[in-house]
Structures are given as C-alpha cells and as structure tokens.
Design a protein around this ligand. Structure first.
Ligand code: SF4
Length: 148
C-alpha cells in the first residue's frame, strides 16, 4: 500500500520559496514507487514561488469549519486555496486507497501538532495544518518527517 507524502519532502521544488525540504528516506520511497506526492498549496491553485501563508486563529480543523482563516504575508485571504488543495489531496489519497501519510512538520497545510502562529515571525502554536486535519478526519494516519 502506498503512502501519501508532502511533495517538498520528496525533493519537489514546491515550497513558497521555490525550494524543497528533501528527506532522503522519503525521496527513496518515491523512487521505489511506495509514495504518492501531493503539495496541497499548489493543488489549491497557489503558484510557486509564492508568499508564505499562516493561519490566523485556530487550527486546521477550525479552517475546515470556516471558524478560522489563512492569510499570506501581505494579508490576502488564501483560505479557499488551502481548503481546495486539501480536498484535492484527500481525493488523491482515496484514489490510491491510502491509509497513511508523512507530511511536512509546522506547515500551514501539512503540519501536525504544531504550526506557525500567524505572526510570520517563525513562532509556533499548537494545532494541525488544514490538509493534515482533513486527512485525519477521514481516518488517514498522519505523521511528520520527524517521526521516521
Ligand atoms: S503545502 Fe505541504 S507539500 Fe506543499 S510546500 Fe507546503 S509543506 Fe510542502
């Protein structure tokens, strides 16, 4: 069974700054055909490179319930992009009958347990990224690159 992985961890240059955050084990999983890559921010229509985005108030679960939002560094509302990208990532997971995911820590889309706090200062708060929250809601087990 394949594992869903954050594309930037597999070496794809999809981060906001046009770079990746490669993890050798995850890259190897992709090369061996064991992983399926997704970048929820790109799937939601955001371009690369792009401005960084953070969650204002709440966690990914709150964003999915429209109780919180996501803005980019210039204050533009990108909540819809994050929700749309998360839905597409879930669709891909369902298509491959995926039950496990390894997602990038701290990210506003992919993070689990801790995410950036909305001040664009590098500070963290407790919470899950929007995609992480949606996957977990659909019974997909999520861990981060720090757990492997
Ligand atoms: S949305 Fe996820 S996969 Fe895409 S760059 Fe951010 S952390 Fe990586």
């Amino acid at each position: 069974m394949k594992i869903l992985v954050s594309a930037c961890l597999a070496g794809i240059n999809c981060r906001f700054n046009g770079k990746n955050q490669v993890n050798k084990k995850i890259k190897k999983m992709l090369e061996e055909g064991k992983a399926v890559c997704v970048c929820p921010e790109e799937l939601g229509g955001l371009l690369t490179p792009r401005l960084p985005s953070e969650m204002i108030d709440g966690s990914g679960e709150d964003v999915l319930e429209e109780k919180a939002g996501v803005i980019n560094e210039e204050g533009a509302d990108v909540t819809k992009n994050f929700i749309e990208g998360s839905r597409k990532a879930l669709e891909i997971a369902k298509k491959y009958k995926i039950k496990n995911a390894i997602l990038k820590s701290k990210s506003t889309a992919c993070g689990k347990g801790q995410i950036y706090d909305g001040t664009f200062s590098g500070k963290l708060k407790e919470g899950n990224g929007v995609t992480c929250a949606l996957l977990m809601k659909n019974k997909i087990k999520v861990i981060t690159e720090n757990d492997i």
